[in-house]
Design a protein around this ligand. Structure first.
Ligand SMILES: C[S@@+](CC[C@H](N)C(=O)[O-])C[C@H]1O[C@@H](n2cnc3c(N)ncnc32)[C@H](O)[C@@H]1O
Length: 207
């Protein structure tokens, strides 16, 4: 089992070790971030929300696509907000990107603000996932879509399994059931087409 301290820094990346975890996420999670962005089929005018942006790599990828729209992000870690802020400084200055320190359970946005939302490796940390998914649904426009990308619980190498009180691991089908319970429609599970790089799944649904 991966050590508690290290596992905890991916859940709550604060301080110097949080910044180190952020650097590992930036290097190690590119495949799933690019794949999730591709699945969302972001249009130039789209308004996008990322939940749990970590070091902000996927925020940059989304901003390359939503060039006439807007990209917002929230993360529960102020350390990650600063790291992602530095990575996306030019886009923040131009007004294309806005990053905030916030919890998925209480999103600082009005109803129906976004065309698309996504979360990569983040749902494991949500204490009340159905309520959180309902909160994300609230800020989606009618017909807007959500993508939740996970490493399914049966794909974690046994030596890297995180402590179960810090992470709740799911199968894609379990996440699909959570989305359906939270009121999403057209829920489907996609397997990553590059399993050698990321043997994960993305669960998509619409408001
Ligand atoms: C494992 S990291 C993944 C970061 C990034 N999405 C990636 O794939 O590299 C999880 C991120 O979610 C954030 N997070 C954890 N619980 C959260 C919550 N309840 N609300 C918002 N963000 C949360 C953490 O601060 C962390 O930056």
């Amino acid at each position: 089992m991966i050590g508690r301290f290290i596992a905890g820094k991916f859940r709550d990346p604060t301080g110097v070790f949080g910044r180190m975890a952020g650097a590992m996420m930036a290097r190690g999670n590119k495949t799933e971030q690019e794949w999730t962005i591709a699945l969302l089929d972001i249009r130039p005018d789209d308004h996008i929300l990322e939940i749990g942006f970590g070091p902000g790599v996927a925020i940059s990828l989304a901003a390359e696509k939503a060039v006439r729209g807007h990209v917002s992000g929230i993360d529960a870690s102020e350390t990650m907000r600063r790291v992602a802020g530095r990575r996306n400084a030019a886009a923040i200055r131009s007004g294309l990107v806005d990053l905030r320190h916030a919890e998925v359970s209480s999103l600082p946005y009005p109803d129906a603000a976004f065309d698309k939302a996504f979360a990569v490796h983040c749902i494991y940390f949500w204490p009340r996932p159905v309520e959180a998914l309902q909160e994300v649904r609230r800020v989606l426009k009618p017909g807007g879509s959500l993508a939740v990308t996970i490493m399914p619980k049966d794909k974690w190498p046994p030596q890297r399994l995180p402590p179960s009180d810090l992470y709740t691991l799911y199968s894609g089908l379990e996440v699909a059931r959570l989305l359906t319970t939270a009121g999403y429609e057209k829920v489907r599970v996609e397997g990553c087409p590059y399993p050698d790089q990321f043997p994960g799944q993305c669960v998509l649904g619409s408001r």
